[in-house]
Design a protein around this ligand. Structure first.
Ligand code: MSP
Length: 660
């Protein structure tokens, strides 16, 4: 029986605004799934969407639609994105799927009956303006750590999971299974910061959130979204349902691939739940790094004022899915973060795909066309550098397999491209264009071109999991589309096989021109916004990412009057440390002075700002941006190039004047 391989991505929040960072986890999993399928394993590859919770509930309410009406189009967009990127999953689970909901209820029931879930009271300090609960130790001087305002002690009925009970067993598991969580750096954090410090029981139900799975033993409560979401890894296989065939076939997971910000949920809470259910733990959890933009985690809102094209649909349309896959799989050192820029992206396509791989294939095809009528010549006697090229081809699969076992796609690709580079060097060494001029060297020419065609085939087979389209095109050019890893022995290619010139796999891109084009394209796509300081909110563990800039519905005059706009005078201004975008202004509004942070550092110096009269939204919920309190928003106009310009009263007006 074939070895099974069960691999999962996290399930995505239906936040829309999909960007290339979102594609990272799933493209890596797809390459791994394809690789294991090609090894003949019985692969189940799971992905999906995490659809419950307050955020969705509120977004739907805001738009006066049902949560499902809000979610459905976003889920379709996400599925389109995976189709465009050639992601081939076995199941796309939605936490609103009826079978998932039933199984989550069965899981809660089981844990309730075994005593691992019990009713108690959730006690926390509540900050009403921020709508956040805090524990006593999180408060700053007894006040809300975000906005510095008074908090009130509140109690809410909740069911708890006995997480604390599982800390010793989890510690023991970490000791016995050093491969459980990778990379190693993430283990220290989990063990020292959480497990050794002791775990608190976890509140796993809410009475305030209606958009969730109702608890079977108390319908006033809904399941905490993270528990609902984590359970997808087993409910997708039918755990807790009448038909658990898939569960018995595939569980436990061979790999949960997740972004580093959600490792804690996967490496502590999830295994504890599995222990409580009496189920085996996953073999491996991998916490990968992030794609960064301007030093921060890439998110759509970070896009403002940057020339990077991060929209996966646009990227695939412009460069093809293989180019996007290649960048994601090759460029970011695995486990670490990697900065995303247009230049790096195009640089990779040009250097590796167009120059190295594209040239090898097109030169080989051209020379076989010119000298042997487009069919592969017979293999000849080995001489000169042949042995080295053949040995490298022979060793490549072993290296790639070891890299993929270590989940290191960048190294796997580097190993394949080392063969490509060696073959290009081989062309320079053997100078087939000179051999072609001498009829006595025809046999040698045939041998050289055979070796090159066979190297193209072997590289294409190895590249199938990573670049399915380009690899498929090379193999189709030889009528060898079906070649798998069992065809890798050098010499498998038969003389007489056609290998004719095909369109270039990756046309070379004029870097300078393309960068200018991209800058224009991105600027033209930017939504007209205010100076949106939201843009630099730190990433949180559980909050969905940036909201979709939906077309704004008509509003009533009453709606408009909810905004409080006032004229303010900037009396002091400085740059926000560690931010390229933010300025921190002290704004006098009548008799009051406010701290305001705005994303305008690229357009105004602090000196220029002082003395300016500006329009401020004064009743916006305060937020902290890069650790600095912002109690309002300064209005700006944005031109088609993404440049911001302050909005100021046309005549002299005192600060504090109302804008309406
Ligand atoms: N819904 C939770 C996961 C629940 S799993 C039981 C969630 N969803 S998410 O939509 O916010 O993230 C989905 C995946 O996208 C995560 O692995 C996350 O790390 C990844 N990425 C989102 N932005 C990213 C980058 N900028 N870079 C790399 N991956 C990032 O978390």
């Amino acid at each position: 029986m074939a070895k099974k391989y069960y691999i999962t991505t996290p399930i995505y929040y239906p936040s829309g605004n999909w960007h290339i960072g979102h594609c990272y986890t799933t493209v890596i999993c797809d390459a791994l799934a394809r690789f294991h399928r090609m090894k003949g394993e019985d692969v189940f590859f799971l992905t999906g969407t995490d659809e419950h919770g307050q955020k969705v509930e509120r977004e739907a309410q805001k738009r006066n639609i049902t949560p499902m009406q809000f979610i459905d189009p976003l889920v379709s967009e996400l599925k389109d994105m995976w189709r465009l990127l050639d992601v081939e999953y076995s199941r796309f689970i939605r936490t609103t799927d009826a079978d998932h909901i039933k199984s989550v209820q069965a899981i809660y029931q089981k844990l309730y009956e075994s005593g691992d879930i019990y009713k108690s009271e959730y006690t926390g300090y509540y900050c009403t303006p921020c709508e956040s609960f805090w524990t006593e130790s999180q408060l700053k001087d007894g006040k809300c750590p975000d906005c510095g305002r008074e908090v009130t002690l509140q109690k809410e009925e909740s069911y708890f999971f006995r997480l604390s009970k599982y800390a010793p067993a989890l510690l023991e598991h970490y000791e016995k299974h050093p491969e459980f969580l990778q990379p190693k750096s993430r283990v220290n954090e989990m063990v020292n910061n959480f497990l050794k410090a002791g775990l608190n029981d976890l509140s796993v139900s809410r009475t305030t959130v209606k958009w969730g799975v109702p608890l079977p033993f108390d319908e006033r409560h809904t399941a905490y979204v993270w528990i609902d979401a984590l359970c997808n890894y087993i409910t997708a296989l039918g755990y807790g349902s009448e038909d658990d065939t898939l569960f018995r076939r595939y569980w436990s997971a061979d790999l949960h691939m997740v972004g580093k910000e959600i490792v804690r949920f996967h490496a502590i809470i999830w295994p504890a739940i599995l222990m409580a259910l009496g189920l085996p733990l996953p073999e491996r959890i991998y916490g990968h790094g992030w794609l960064l933009i301007g030093g921060d985690k890439l998110s759509k809102s970070k896009q403002n004022a940057r020339p990077e094209l991060t929209d996966p649909y646009e990227l695939v349309k412009r460069y093809g899915s293989d180019a996007v896959r290649y960048y994601l799989l090759r460029e970011i050192p695995f486990g670490s973060d990697g900065e995303y820029t247009n230049e790096k992206f195009i640089g990779r396509i040009n250097a590796d795909l167009a120059n190295d791989l594209g040239n090898l294939v097109s030169r080989t095809q051209a020379m076989i066309g010119q000298n042997f009528g487009g069919t592969v010549p017979p293999r000849g006697r080995e001489e000169g550098p042949d042995g080295e090229l053949i040995a490298l081809c022979g060793a490549a699969f072993g290296k790639v397999e070891a890299d993929m076992d270590a989940l290191n796609a960048p190294d796997a690709l580097a190993d394949i491209f080392a063969v490509v580079a060696r073959a290009n060097k081989y062309i320079d060494e053997t100078t087939p264009w000179l051999l072609a001029r001498d009829p006595e060297k025809r046999e040698r020419l045939a041998a050289v071109l055979y070796n090159l065609a066979e190297t193209c085939r072997i590289c294409a087979v190895l590249l199938k999991p990573f670049l399915p389209r380009a690899a498929g095109a090379v193999l189709a050019g030889m009528g060898r589309e079906a070649d798998g890893f069992d065809s890798l022995a050098f010499g498998g290619l038969k003389a007489g096989t056609p290998f004719v010139k095909t369109p270039p796999l990756f046309p070379r891109i004029d870097l300078k021109k393309e960068l200018a084009e991209l800058e224009k394209l991105v600027a033209a796509k930017k939504p007209a916004t205010m100076s949106a300081p939201e843009a630099e909110k730190p990433a949180t563990m559980s909050a969905p990412e940036a909201e979709k800039p939906a077309a704004k519905p008509e509003i009533s005059f009453d709606d408009f009057t909810k905004l409080e706009l006032k004229v303010g005078e900037v009396v002091a201004c400085e740059r926000v440390k560690k931010s390229e975008k933010l300025l921190h202004e002290t704004v006098k509004i009548g008799s009051e002075t406010r701290s305001v942070v705005s994303g305008i550092a690229k357009f105004y110096t602090p000196e220029e700002m002082v003395g300016k009269k500006v329009v401020v939204v004064t009743n916006l919920k305060p937020v902290k941006l890069c650790g600095v309190l912002s109690e309002g928003m300064i209005l700006c106009a944005e031109d088609g190039e993404g440049r911001l310009s302050l909005v100021s009263p046309e005549r002299a007006v005192d600060s504090g004047a109302t804008v309406r």
